[in-house]
Design a protein around this ligand. Structure first.
Ligand SMILES: O=P(O)(O)OC[C@H]1O[C@H](O)[C@H](O)[C@@H](O)[C@@H]1O
Length: 299
């Protein structure tokens, strides 16, 4: 179901390090400077990015389900064509729960493609079984490795005869030493939507760095230079102007305990910083295209 054996055999070493099932289809990338990445065909999801010292910079849950039946907890999930539950489709859209096709590959870059023909009909329906997505599209996800840098580009084209609109996020799980010692700079003074506040949303203004005590689930206006500061390494997260929001999410201990695919202390080891387009859906007329992305740079 997941793809070709040929692709799965390209990366035995990384498969071992990641503890992936033996026949799990991935593409392995390598930069001349020593960085490596592993990309799953299921969901076009980057699962691992290591620097020249073989330090893992992304978080993949040791309890992630890797059988192609549900979304993978960790790496860089592609949320498309719907963010969260803001629409009739499955949470975060269908792109992260279907196999994509590899259409181009070099040593340090790969492009995977998803079209409507790749999506089972049930995933195009709403919870009541009514068709909720009738449009033809081509979505290309390109992963590029370079010195100390990982770039993910999302290109959407309307290949059909009707206009459609979508929301999206590149839902990156970034590895951290300890969530309570992490500070994210680059958001000071920004007014954000605090999803943890529940039915009565609040829009506080960010004071100083973002720090973590308990659950954090926030939508900021795009943070062009968010920087994760911690003793082992700094990580800069950037996104193009086409993505107008940045989501910052960590479940904290209590919510983490309810998520079956995270270990009890999992929340301690990652933060999600997501390049997103949520508040204003992107509308594409037939023939039109859109380009989004996210770049991670380690220092
Ligand atoms: O558990 P998932 O479906 O992968 O969603 C994980 C999280 O994604 C985003 O960051 C949302 O802002 C959160 O509200 C959500 O809980």
């Amino acid at each position: 179901m997941l793809g070709t054996e040929e692709l799965s055999l390209r990366s035995p070493a990384m498969r071992g390090a990641l503890n992936l099932p033996a026949d799990y289809p991935v593409v392995r990338l390598q930069a001349r400077t020593g960085e490596q990445a592993v990309v799953s065909l299921f969901g076009a999801q980057v699962l691992s990015w290591t620097d020249a010292d073989e330090r893992e910079l992304l978080y993949l849950s040791p309890k992630a389900t890797l059988d192609g039946s549900v979304a993978i907890r960790g790496g860089i999930p592609v949320c498309w064509p719907q963010f969260n539950r803001r629409g009739p489709l499955v949470k975060h859209g269908f792109a992260r729960v279907v196999p994509w096709q590899v259409i181009e590959q070099s040593e340090s870059a790969v492009t995977l493609r998803l079209t409507r023909a790749d999506v089972p009909e049930g995933l195009l329906q709403d919870a009541d079984g009514a068709m909720a997505w009738l449009h033809d599209f081509e979505v290309d996800l390109t992963v590029r490795l370079a010195s100390a840098r990982l770039n993910v580009e999302l290109a959407v084209r309307n290949t059909g005869t009707t206009a459609f609109a979508f929301t999206t996020a590149l839902h990156s799980y970034l590895a951290v030493d300890a969530i309570d010692a992490l500070a994210i700079s680059g958001a000071e003074g920004q007014r954000y939507w605090d999803a943890v506040a529940g039915a009565d949303p609040e829009y506080p203004v960010q004071q100083g760095d973002i720090v973590f005590q308990g659950e954090v689930d926030r939508v900021y206006p795009a943070l062009p230079r968010a920087t994760l500061q911690q003793s082992s390494h700094w990580l800069r997260v950037s996104q193009p102007a086409s993505m107008e929001q940045t989501v910052v999410w960590n479940p904290g201990a209590a919510l983490c305990a309810t998520l079956h695919d995270l270990p009890a202390d999992g929340y301690h080891r990652f933060v999600c910083v997501e390049a997103a387009q949520i508040d204003t859906p992107v509308r594409l007329e037939p023939g039109q295209g859109w380009l989004g992305g996210q770049t991670l740079q380690v220092a």
